[in-house]
Design a protein around this ligand. Structure first.
Ligand code: ATP
Ligand code: MG
Ligand code: MG
Ligand code: MG
Length: 453
């Protein structure tokens, strides 16, 4: 494709990093760290929750974050954001997807967030502005929340025509992480895949033609356990854009499955299937649900691979039980609908890791650098050894960035008047291996598990 997914991702990261001074923070694993309110990481903001709530340890690296950008591995199966039932039926909900995001922690707020998002989409990615619709929070009388008029005016000033600027209620435009946690009014950008008409009625209407791509949340409250809203000590910006959806827009495809993030995988499934080729049909047109089965299997094998690589295994309770259900569904569609031989599902794992690892190695520098730094800082892992390991794989650390991180950390240490906390962060060791090494070990472990059901 003209604009491969890897380039879509790196353009996003570079725009915020280089043009707007954001610090790149690597994706956290999909298994939430120390947050019992979550089954899986479901949004980029999860790892920054303490920062949003004002409870981050002042000695932690996180406490110095002001502007951050990242691409986060997310799983939405179970919990408040559960898309499992939609997967395969539509072409834009996955159980595993990547969320591109930028954050301001008490730095910029609504105006800058909206204008950066608009400039990235229309100028850098070149999306025609007349294909975009913007929603904002229209208020909720019952919970005494006013309409977000400020945001409406910001969009008008940017040049969004009133007819494409639409108010919605709590359900669509007040984002909440879970039953409790940080929340606030949001403004969202939607894309019309068809164009040349007024599609306002199709926004937030579950139409395959008009799809939500980017959510900009203005974090102002915490939803307490008793369900009341508490004002946060500082206001923050938290945004999230689905990489797969953005790629479908930029590659001119109506379906996320027709992009380079999925086509090699669908091709691999086709080679194992005896039910005919993938035809991209949905609903009643998809007789025998063959195309749906292709999409379910492609989606689920990505989710299974990423979860298992991040230490969530199919099991008997919580997230592990959800993963087990996903595994059962995948096997069922694979064997019964696609008539693939036994072991077919497991044999797809190398294709998944190839697609995901290849993308990371296209844009390894920044991400690898911050992982290398966190390994060094938290585990005392020697930087020269990291260098050596990466060199063997043709990847380089960004020296300048590393020096900057070192100087910054020194400053934070002095400011806090305390020694940097040393935490044994074994997960980030796994993270580095995933970034730099093809997932051979994980795939083996995964195949072994799959074969034992
Ligand atoms: P939708 O209304 O389409 O279900 P959402 O409002 O639940 O999306 P947000 O919580 O606002 O999604 O997440 C931010 C962005 O992440 C969305 O704008 C979308 O681009 C992407 N996204 C959300 N859910 C999924 C999913 N299941 N698969 C792929 N991308 C997703
Ligand atoms: Mg949703
Ligand atoms: Mg939505
Ligand atoms: Mg949304």
């Amino acid at each position: 494709p003209e604009l491969p997914a890897a380039l879509v991702r790196s353009t996003f990261l570079d725009f915020f990093r280089q043009k707007h001074g954001h610090q790149l923070v690597p994706s956290s694993p999909v298994r939430p760290r120390g947050d019992p309110s979550l089954l899986f990481v479901n949004a980029g903001m999860n790892q920054f929750k303490p920062l949003l709530l004002g409870t981050a340890d002042p000695r932690s690296e996180m406490s110095s974050y002001r502007r951050v950008v990242n691409s986060q591995k997310c799983v939405r199966a179970g919990g408040k954001h559960n898309d499992l039932e939609d997967v395969g039926r539509d072409q834009h909900h996955h159980t595993f997807f990547e969320m591109l995001g930028n954050w301001s922690f008490g730095d910029y707020f609504k105006e800058e967030a909206c204008s950066m998002a608009w400039s990235l989409l229309t100028e850098h990615y070149g999306i025609p502005a007349d294909r975009l619709y913007v929603s904002y929070f229209g208020g909720d009388a019952a919970s005494h929340l006013p309409a977000d008029e400020e945001t409406r005016h910001i969009w008008l000033d940017i040049g969004v025509p009133p007819a494409r600027l639409l108010p919605f209620g709590l359900k669509e435009n007040f984002w909440e992480m879970g039953d409790c946690g940080p929340c606030g009014p949001c403004t969202e950008i939607h894309y019309d895949h068809v164009g040349g008409r007024d599609a306002a009625v199709l926004v937030n209407a579950d139409s395959p033609d008009v799809v939500e791509i980017w959510n900009l949340v203005f974090m102002q409250y915490n939803r307490e356990v008793d369900h009341s809203l508490r004002m946060l000590p500082q206001f923050s910006v938290d945004t999230g854009m689905g990489l797969e959806r953005l790629v479908s827009v930029l590659q001119g495809r109506r379906s996320n499955y027709d992009t380079d993030l999925f086509t090699p995988l669908l091709h691999a499934i086709q080679q194992r299937s005896r039910a005919g080729p993938y035809g991209g049909r949905t609903g009643a047109a998809d007789e025998g649900k063959v195309d749906m089965a292709y999409r379910v299997v492609a989606d689920h094998v990505r989710t299974l691979s990423v979860c298992i690589a991040d230490g969530v295994h199919p099991g008997m309770s919580g997230a592990e039980l959800v993963l087990r259900r996903i595994l059962r569904r995948a096997v069922r569609f694979c064997v019964e609908v696609l008539q693939a031989p036994q072991g077919a599902l497991a044999s797809l794992v190398p294709t998944v890791s190839h697609i995901l690892v290849k993308y990371i190695s296209h844009n390894p520098c920044g991400q690898v650098t911050s992982v290398a730094w966190s390994l060094h800082r938290n585990l005392g892992f020697p930087l020269d050894l990291v260098d050596l390991m990466l060199e063997e794989r043709g990847v380089q650390v960004d020296r300048q960035e590393l020096d900057r991180l070192m100087a910054e950390s020194q400053k934070v240490k002095l400011q806090a008047g305390a020694q940097a906390q040393v935490t044994l962060d074994v997960l980030s060791l796994a993270e580095l291996q995933r970034l730099a090494v093809p997932h051979t070990d994980d795939s083996l472990k995964y195949q072994y598990r799959l074969e034992r059901g």
